[in-house]
Structures are given as C-alpha cells and as structure tokens.
Design a protein around this ligand. Structure first.
Ligand code: FAD
Ligand code: NAP
Length: 538
C-alpha cells in the first residue's frame, strides 16, 4: 500500500480540480487525485481537434467559487477555443497549488470497498495501490471516447483519430483526402475548419442535426468590464435558472405568438444572439410541446435550405426524425455554408451505411471513398462509460457494472446504494450535461464537501444512499424525462449511440434550480435518503 488518504479523487478536469481544492484547502483533508492525462483540463486537455471551443459563453463557462479568479481572468471571446480554456484550467491549478495533489499519467483501473477497514482500495494501471476513506469520481460525463467497431479499421493504410484523444502536435490536413464520421457538436465544429485545409473532405452523416450559428465575437475591454461588474447578478441568474444559464427566464409559449411574431423573434435570435439563447432564451415550451418545437425546427430547416445552394444536399442536412433540442443542440460557425464548397461532399449513411474500412478508405454499401485521414467525431460512451471502464466494487464485492446492468441507479446522481463513501460528481441522475456544467460541478463539489464535514462533526463513519430513495429518484428522473421531448430521440442521453447499452434517460431533466433546491432540502431534513453509520461494519 503506497498511501492512505482521507479522499481519493479520480480526474482533474473542472470537477476534479475544484474537488481537490475544496477538500484539501477548505476542509483540511489529505487528498490524492489521479488523472489519466499528462495534464489538467479533462475535456479541454483531450479534445484538441480543429475548431474545438465551448458553446456555453465564456463569462459563465468558468468557476464562480473565487471572486478574485473571476475578476483576474480575461476571456478573449464569447466562445474561446480549446487552448484558451485549457490555459484557464492550468491557471486555476497553479493559482490554487493543485498540481502537488494530482498524479498524472495514472489511470485508475479498479476501486474496491474494504468493509472491515472502511477504506476504498484504489488500484492504478501500473499496479500501484492506495487506500482512502472517501472515493470521489470526477471522471467526466463525456470522457470515454467511442470509436465505433467498424470492420477493417485495423487495415486502414492512412491515419485515423478520435476527436476526444487528439494528438498534441495537431494534424496537418493540407493536400489530404479526409473523411469525418459524425455530425454531432464535434463534427459540426470540426467540419468547416478541416474543409478549409483539406484537398477534399467527405462528411459521413448518419443523423442530420439542428445547428445554430454561434455569432462568436471578440470581447472588448468594455464587454469585459461590464461582465465583471455584474458577476454577482450573473451568477444569481444562473443559479436560479433551468439550464444554469444566466438568461432572463422566458415564460411565453411559442404558440402564444403569431407566426409573424415568432418568425421575427427567431430571426433576431438566429442573426444577432446565436448559440443556446435560441433554445433556452426564446420560448418556454420548445422541449415540452411537439407543436411548439415544430415551429423552431421548421425555422431551422428553412435556414438550412436558404444557406445550402444544392437543394439535394440541403434536404439531406435537414433533420426530420427527432425534435429540435432532443439531442444536445450544436452551435456552429459556418457549418451549413461549408457544404457550398467545391471540396466538400456530404455522404448520407442512412441511404448507404458504412460496411467496412479498407486499406484505402471507407466503403459504404454503394461506394468506396479513398481517404488519407479518417476523423472519428463519433462521441462518447456518455455518463456511465468512464465509471464502468473501471472495476468499482462496493459492499460484498458487488460490481458497479452489475448494480447498473439495467441502467444507472443513483440517489440525486451523488451516490449509489451499496457503495458507501463513494460520490460521483455530476453522476447520472443529476442535471450535469443538460445544464451549464461548471455550475453543476460546483454545486456537487460543495454538497459532497458539506456531507463529509457533517460526518466529521457528528463522528460518522460511512454515508450511503438508501436503496428505496435511489429507486424513487430513478423513477422520478424517468417521469421527468417522459414529460419532455428528450425521449423522442436516439441520443447519447439515452445511450442509443452505444450498441447494446440499456436505453435509459440518464441526466436529470427537471432543471438545475429545482434539483439544487432538492439537494438543499435533503440536507435540511437531516440528509433524508442517506444512511449513515458510526462504525463501518454497522
Ligand atoms: P472531464 O473534463 O471530462 O474530466 C474528467 C477527467 O477524468 C479526464 O481528464 C479523464 O482523463 C479523467 N479520467 C477518467 N477516467 C479516469 C480513470 N479511470 N483514471 C484516471 N483519470 C480518469 N459543457 C458545457 O457546459 N459547455 C460547453 O461549452 C461544453 N463544451 C464541451 C466541448 C466538448 C468538446 C466536450 C467533449 C464537452 C463539452 N462540455 C461542455 C461538457 C464538458 O465535458 C464539461 O463542461 C466539463 O469540462 C466536464 O468536466 P469534468 O471535470 O466533469 O470532466
Ligand atoms: P455525438 O453528439 O454523440 O455525435 C456523434 C456523431 O457520430 C453523431 O452524428 C452520430 O450519429 C455519429 N456516429 C456515432 N457512431 C457512428 C457510427 N458507427 N457510424 C456513423 N456515425 C456514427 O458526439 P460529439 O459530437 O462528440 O458530442 C458529444 C457531446 O460533447 C455533445 O453533445 C456536447 O455535449 C459535447 N460537445 C460540445 C461541444 C461544444 O460546442 N462546446 C463540442 C463538442 C462536443 P447518430 O446521431 O446517428 O448517432
């Protein structure tokens, strides 16, 4: 055994960094973090593909826990690129002296609860083992890359990359024949940038997506000054909102407006605002009413037909099989316009699916596309993938994989019954990916820290989600999802992108504010639904 800690944290992205700071510097615990990457940043360490940037606006896609940090950091633009967000997280790690508590290039492969000792025994890929009283997963909802199992990939004679594990020294597409597989947020960001470099780009599309223009801009000193002056109000707005975005709540149905009024409103959002305001700052019922949703979906389809000159290509790009926003809505810069370029071809995989990858390229049912480079923008085994790629075992050696065989079971996305002293930051069953993530992460880290402090004050040895409460929470998440249009899509929210994955809606769709209120209410009611023991074997 190479160490015995109060807490082990797995991951050093937004979540792991703040968790280490909170436990170590605010609570005085002895903490060790492990990170598979060679640096901090998580998502922003791994996703270095061309065009990678956030699509939440920088002024709120950042931590709020330190007013000094908030005032000192300067964002260059509304949606900064990946290197800038990575620099921000590196700055945070330096500023709060976090590096000394993180072991890099160290993947955790298993964690087993030893009931007698009340310790988690954590093992790394190199075979090293440490013990800790608390185990905290900060492994990310979108960190387990999904490379589809396509016959012949090993035989490919060119180079291939997954966007979520992009080479640090970049990829030169100049003069190359490139194929991008996937048209989610990633493919949509990468396509225009790769097209500008490649000799020819083929975009392999299985499902068309609704994308909204980013309308990115450089922040002027005056923009920055105004935001910094308003931070307390901005954070308050975000904390009181559904999506964790600091937008003024809209309480109007899309159907309450006349078609002309709606058109004017959508036009203004499309042309001037861009980004998530189109969905979260337009009407209140786009994710609840099919009729309301149809008005937005039709507007976007009209825009696609206006932008894309070839009517056949425009039709191929128009989504019709799922409501707008029922898959995570992408935000783009010149995505649709890229299909007007001579060197870009859209390949419709619904009409002609990929059959294999050959030494020279991608073969669909109807054609062979000779390629030098294949980019897999095929997403992630979301929400549960990174957790289940470790062998986590709770009481009596029961594996998390078995407990979750029918889909993830958690209480509030924070704890799993049968896994004492194990917490999941933004775990399945919490708002996480449906809201502004740094805010969700801060709320979870602070809740977990509060729970551990409570245990110290009361002399408690273990905390564990009660099974009945967890089951009721899973039912509540399902019911909340069924009241929305989210369940109408084959999205990664329901695991549909991973063959064989159980179809369960994983994030909590009831809204950030109601969720955070529920977490506070649970505490006020003496941690209702959590079971504590004074001795580990109780
Ligand atoms: P991550 O950043 O994913 O960090 C998890 C870390 O855990 C990783 O570094 C990983 O290496 C490590 N890890 C995992 N398993 C192990 C293991 N077994 N052992 C050791 N280490 C391990 N959200 C938004 O709200 N707005 C956005 O604009 C936005 N843009 C995004 C853009 C991209 C390209 C992607 C992929 C996601 C985006 N997200 C966005 C979601 C994003 O994941 C979160 O905002 C946030 O970065 C998550 O932080 P995290 O610390 O929870 O997880
Ligand atoms: P994604 O949304 O899951 O999209 C993956 C794409 O690959 C989809 O078009 C999917 O088609 C396709 N695909 C998957 N397997 C395939 C196969 N076997 N054959 C052909 N096509 C296949 O993944 P992502 O684009 O990486 O985004 C994941 C999430 O990360 C986003 O939803 C978002 O939350 C976050 N993200 C955010 C940003 C940002 O702008 N800030 C950027 C990137 C990512 P189907 O739709 O048919 O499954």
């Amino acid at each position: 055994m190479e160490g015995d800690y109060d807490a082990v944290v797995i991951g050093a992205g937004f979540a792991g960094l703040y968790m280490v700071h909170y436990l170590r510097d605010r609570m005085g615990l002895d903490v060790q973090a492990f990170e598979a990457g060679r640096g901090v940043g998580g998502t922003w360490y791994w996703n270095r593909y061309p065009g990678a940037r956030c699509d939440s606006e920088s002024y709120y896609y950042c931590y709020s826990f330190s007013p000094e940090l908030e005032q000192d950091w300067e964002w260059s633009s509304k949606y900064p690129e990946q290197p800038e967000i990575l620099s921000y997280l590196e700055h945070v790690a330096e500023r709060f002296d976090l590096y000394r508590s993180i072991r890099f290039d160290t993947r955790v492969t298993s964690a087993r609860y030893d009931e007698t000792a009340n310790r988690w025994l954590v093992t790394t890929e190199a075979g090293e083992q440490v013990a800790a009283r608390f185990l905290i997963s900060a492994v990310g909802c979108l960190s387990a890359a999904n490379v589809p199992d396509i016959a012949g990939l090993d035989s490919f004679g060119g180079d291939w990359y997954h966007t979520g594990a992009w080479p640090h020294d970049g990829v030169d597409f100049t003069g190359k024949r490139v194929g991008i597989i996937g048209t989610g947020s990633t493919g949509i960001q990468a396509t225009p940038v790769v097209a500008a470099q490649a000799e020819h780009l083929w975009v392999f599309q299985r499902t068309p997506n609704y994308s909204i223009p980013a309308r990115n801009f450089e922040m002027s000193p005056e923009d920055t000054r105004q935001i910094k002056a308003r931070y307390p109000e901005i954070r308050e707005l975000a904390r009181n909102s559904y999506g964790g975005f600091p937008y003024r709540p809209v309480d109007r149905s899309a159907l309450a407006d006349s078609p002309e009024e709606r058109e004017t409103h959508f036009e203004q959002l499309w042309n001037e605002e861009g980004g998530f305001k189109f969905i979260y700052g337009s009407y209140s019922d786009l994710l609840r009413s099919e009729e309301a949703n149809y008005t937005a979906a039709e507007f976007i389809r009209r825009k696609i037909r206006e932008i894309v000159r070839n009517p056949k290509v425009a039709e191929m790009l128009c989504p019709t099989d799922h409501p707008y926003g029922s898959k995570r809505p992408p935000v783009d810069t010149n995505y649709y316009d890229t299909f007007n370029r001579e060197n870009v071809t859209l390949v419709d995989l619904r009409a002609s699916p990929i059959e294999e990858i050959t030494p020279s390229g991608v073969r669909t049912r109807d054609a062979l596309y000779p390629l030098d480079i294949i980019v897999f923008a095929t997403g992630f085994d979301a929400m549960t993938g990174a957790l289940l790629r470790m062998d986590i075992r709770g009481r009596n050696g029961v594996a998390l994989a078995d407990t979750w065989a029918g889909g993830p079971v958690t209480y509030l996305g924070l704890q799993v019954p049968g896994f004492p002293n194990f917490f999941t930051v933004t775990g399945p069953g919490s708002p996480s990916v449906l809201a502004n993530m740094p805010l969700c992460i801060e709320q979870h880290v602070e809740w977990i820290g509060g729970c551990i402090s409570h245990m110290a004050e009361e002399g408690l040895a273990t905390v564990e989600a009660d099974e009945t409460h967890a089951e009721a929470w899973v039912d509540h998440v399902r019911d909340a999802a069924e009241a929305t249009l989210f369940i109408k899509a084959n999205s990664w929210y329901v695991g549909a992108n991973i063959p064989g994955k159980r179809r369960v809606f994983m994030p909590y769709p009831g809204g950030f504010k109601p969720y955070a209120d529920k977490c506070e209410e649970v505490v006020a009611n003496g941690y209702e639904g959590f079971v504590f023991s004074t001795a580990a074997a109780d």
